[in-house]
Design a protein around this ligand. Structure first.
Ligand SMILES: Cc1cc2nc3c(=O)[nH]c(=O)nc-3n(C[C@H](O)[C@H](O)[C@H](O)COP(=O)(O)OP(=O)(O)OC[C@H]3O[C@@H](n4cnc5c(N)ncnc54)[C@H](O)[C@@H]3O)c2cc1C
Length: 360
């Protein structure tokens, strides 16, 4: 393919071509061992990786509301590719905004063009394995850096990453964040987990057996609660809700297409689209800095919308939608992901209340 035109805004006509290509290729990602390498390369050629970084780092520095509009369109086309991009972006932002400017100069140029891949494995510092007495990834100081021992349980695209932004906890409770080169002695990536959905994200653990990480690869810390410092890869943020709302858009669009031939779908499709518009508008208002609701409230609504719209699409598709290969079944499995991805305790509690019929 000749060099693609760079997408420079969410309304760029070139976006239609990219979205159509991603949607066309989405079914291939259901195959065993699939990885969206081609999709990511395509996004690189359309300049998608540039949206998230400021011009000083070689990016296009899109405004937050535009980034969310971009993510809405991408996730409606292919959730797996978009999810992988969020993890890649989280890593790039942590690298770009670290006080360690040298590591940014070394890694960012190839990350921006898509020549290399980086990802994040930070859930053990925020939402995973937090109830265990001992941290699952421990660090001790050495002469020229840190020794990491343990594992990071969830790392999207780990088998394809040259760098994993991950964290570890020292004996005194302080934490560090490092850009871990995956080829360091002692670092290993077991085969990724088989998942209910998004298996092609190739998410799994990264193991560290006394891995010496030089000081040159330290991004932040040692400090208490390192993930609360800096930019990128936090939990429960608007980005997660954006992808849920994008998935809901795909499911409602399917219902709307079916409605053309089936009058009985008009009312539910219309009601779900109205709900979607309200949720999307609140997302974009929050991204503009208007305090229309809390981030957590939006996440709870976005999760609910993704689950309800995907199931409505399946109900409309009937048994045909239950056959592997139909997008409605895939959307249902993908919607479940939002119940577990980067889900802070209050969001999980609210989702459980809704499922238990306890919500107002
Ligand atoms: C497909 C996928 C991709 C992901 N990608 C990434 C990524 O790229 N980067 C990243 O950093 N994170 C990623 N995550 C992690 C995600 O954001 C959450 O951190 C993760 O889903 C939390 O689930 P957990 O099972 O590890 O939680 P845990 O809280 O560790 O729960 C594990 C088990 O422990 C038990 N348990 C839980 N709480 C308690 C308690 N209080 N007391 C006793 N027992 C308890 C339960 O039986 C539970 O099943 C990903 C997750 C998924 C599913």
């Amino acid at each position: 393919m000749a060099d693609a035109v760079k997408i420079t805004s969410p309304d760029d006509p070139a976006f239609d071509e990219l979205a159509a290509r991603l949607a066309e290729m989405a079914p291939e990602l259901e195959e065993e061992g699939a990885w969206p390498g081609e999709q990511l390369a395509l996004c690189g050629r359309y300049g998608v990786f540039e949206w998230f970084l400021a011009e000083e780092f070689g990016g296009q520095g899109w405004r937050q509301p535009d980034i969310f509009r971009g993510y809405l369109r991408l996730s409606a086309a292919c959730l797996t590719t978009t999810f992988v991009i969020t993890q890649r972006t989280g890593a790039c932002q942590r690298i770009a905004h670290s006080d360690n400017e040298a590591i940014g100069r070394e890694l960012l140029p190839d990350l921006l063009t898509g020549r290399t891949f980086a990802t994040v494995g930070v859930s053990h510092l925020t939402t995973s394995r937090r109830h265990l007495a001992k941290p699952v990834m421990r660090a001790e100081e050495s002469d020229d850096g840190f020794v990491l021992d343990g594992f990071s349980p969830w790392v999207t695209g780990a088998p394809h990453a040259q760098t994993v932004v991950t964290g570890a906890t020292l004996d005194d409770g302080r934490q560090i964040l490092v850009a871990l080169p995956t080829d360091l002695p002692g670092a290993s990536v077991p085969p990724p987990a088989r998942l209910v959905g998004l298996s092609a994200s190739q998410t799994g653990a990264v193991n560290c057996e006394r891995v010496h990480v030089p000081q040159t690869h330290l991004l932040a810390g040692p400090v208490a609660e390192v993930m609360k410092q800096g930019v990128g890869a936090g939990t429960g943020g608007l980005q997660t809700s954006t992808l849920a709302i994008g998935l809901a858009d795909a499911a409602i669009t399917y219902l709307e297409e079916e409605r053309e031939r089936r009058n009985d779908l008009a009312e539910p499709a219309g009601a779900l689209r109205s709900d979607w518009r309200r949720t999307r508008d609140d997302l974009l208002s929050l991204a503009e800095g208007q305090n229309v609701c809390s981030t957590e409230d939006l996440r709870v609504r976005a999760n609910s919308l993704a689950l309800r719209t995907a199931q409505a699409a399946l109900a409309a598709a009937k048994g045909t939608g239950y056959v592997v290969g139909h997008p409605a079944g895939r959307w249902c499995r993908e919607a479940l992901f939002f119940l577990v991805w980067s889900c802070p305790q209050p969001v999980m509690a609210a989702n459980l209340c809704e499922l238990a019929g306890l919500a107002e």
